[in-house]
Design a binder for this molecule. Structure first.
Ligand code: SAH
Ligand code: DHB
Ligand code: MG
Length: 220
């Protein structure tokens, strides 16, 4: 099985299950044109985030790692009319591209892009907390810090989703000293050790290769 095959299936599933969406397509095109890396979630993954937020009935969403705002659009569209989303981005160029993409998608009034390293900006968020769903997708070495802060910004019933927790299988290689892999391993260990969290992680293949999501529910 190859990545081409996984991509073909992602294309098939996208064509079959996901409506045509000019705003999302344009967000990706503008992100590409602006030189951003092509590391946004895939369309089926974006819709998974969207559906999780709807299933949770999320009214406040926090995203850590905005890039061009592609996953932000999927998540923000899951909100009810009075819902809000805060997304955190350290790179000023990425943040500006995301703000433009959110404006084009008609979501400027719903989604706020906060510029700065997430470890700093998360500390200023208790004003907007608790969040109902938190999506962690910034630098992987920061995941342990982001989990600690995310739990602080949660309530009973908050869903915490983390992207890229399998990284081509590297996660289970105890000898791997890549800080990204170490960050994800530490994240999962912290999730496992936190009595407030009930969690799982699921391996995925698709247009983005072999990776995975971790899902945690804040139970108390
Ligand atoms: N969620 C996006 C993809 C995010 S890519 C999507 O699926 O569409 C990861 C993003 O995290 C990049 O834009 C990167 O600039 C940002 N980032 C990296 N380190 C960060 C930090 N310390 N704080 C906040 N954002 C950071
Ligand atoms: C990378 C980051 C991501 O969030 C992702 O989904 C894929 C790749 C990266 O930094 O390479
Ligand atoms: Mg990611």
């Amino acid at each position: 099985m190859t990545r081409e095959r996984w991509t073909e299936v992602d294309d098939y599933l996208t064509d079959l299950l996901l409506p045509e969406d000019a705003a999302l397509d344009q967000a990706l095109a503008e992100s590409h044109a602006a030189g951003l890396p092509a590391i946004a979630v895939s369309a089926p993954q974006g819709r998974l985030l969207h559906l999780l937020a709807r299933m949770r009935g999320a009214r406040r969403i926090l995203e850590v790692g905005t890039l061009g705002g592609y996953s932000t659009i999927w998540l923000a569209r899951a909100l009810p009319p009075d819902g809000t989303l805060v997304t955190l981005e350290a790179d000023a160029h990425h943040a500006q591209v995301a703000r433009d993409n959110l404006a084009r998608a008609g979501l400027s009034g719903v989604a706020e892009v906060v510029l700065g390293p997430a470890a700093d900006t998360m500390a200023s968020l208790p004003r907007e907390a608790p969040f109902d769903l938190i999506f962690i997708d910034a630098d992987k070495s920061g995941y342990p810090d982001y989990l600690r802060a995310a739990v602080e910004l949660s309530r009973t019933g908050t869903v915490i989703v983390a992207d890229n927790v399998v990284r081509n299988g590297a996660v289970s290689d105890t000898d791997n000293d890549d800080p990204a892999v170490q960050g994800v391993r530490r994240y999962l260990e912290m999730v496992a050790a936190d009595p407030r969290l009930e969690a799982t992680a699921i391996q995925t293949v698709g247009a983005k290769g072999y990776d995975g999501f971790a899902l945690a529910l804040v139970t108390t």
